[in-house]
Design a binder for this molecule. Structure first.
Ligand code: FE
Length: 218
């Protein structure tokens, strides 16, 4: 589509957001499933319901400007969801708080992307006098901001646990290194005792041989 005016820009952005929200409807259940804490799982589940509403709201906004609701591939959201999938794949049962922290970070990138998109769309709609559309988009914008705020609170409450997991990992690693070092030293002492024994023996022998040689008459 060639952009001819601000109206085209708004419609194009709405189509992009429509696709983005639909992608998110598919992704959020996987993120909820991957969450370790009940609070994060509930936050994702709750935002899934809101996201379904965002899709419906965009359809109302399209209707208000008499445009057929169509989705245009949103590359930005596609990439952000790919990152969410990576985070899910890399999460570990052994460090649930850190894995949740990574999920929150990925989810907040999604929210910030949406906040940027809805903020701009609402401003353009308002500037063109599409008050109904502006109001609809602003309502979603506020929900995205609230979701982002909830994620920040969840991150703050899980940070201490995530750091403890890191400390525990460091302690485990340090204990492993100490144990390996001790075992290596024991092996080394065992082998050097043998070496020393052998060399002492050799040395005694050579000393005895030297004595013998010096005792021998010239
Ligand atoms: Fe949304």
């Amino acid at each position: 589509m060639t952009v001819e005016n601000l109206h085209d820009v708004l419609v194009d952005m709405m189509k992009d957001a429509y696709h983005a929200e639909k992608q998110l409807v598919s992704a959020l259940p996987k993120m909820a499933k991957a969450a370790s804490s009940d609070a994060l799982r509930e936050a994702f589940a709750s935002h899934l319901e809101e996201t379904r509403e965002h899709v419906a709201r965009l359809e109302t906004a399209f209707a208000a400007i008499e445009i057929k609701p169509t989705a245009k591939l949103c590359h930005g959201m596609k990439g952000l969801i790919e990152e969410c999938k990576e985070v899910i794949d890399e999460s570990s049962d052994e460090s649930p708080a850190s894995s949740d922290a990574a999920l929150i970070a990925a989810a907040q990138k999604v929210e910030h992307y949406e906040i940027a998109a809805y903020g701009t769309m609402a401003a353009y709609a308002s500037a063109m006098g599409h008050d109904e559309v502006a109001a609809i988009l602003t309502q979603t914008l506020e929900e995205e901001k609230a979701c982002d705020g909830s994620l920040t609170e969840l991150a703050q409450s899980s940070i201490a646990t995530a750091i403890q997991e890191g400390d525990q990992d460091s302690e485990d690693q340090s204990a492993r290194v100490k144990a390996e070092h001790k075992s290596a030293m024991t092996r080394s002492r065992g082998s050097s005792a043998t070496d020393n024994g052998e060399s002492t023996g050799k040395s005694s022998k050579s000393k005895a041989a030297r004595h013998k040689a010096s005792d021998s008459p010239a």
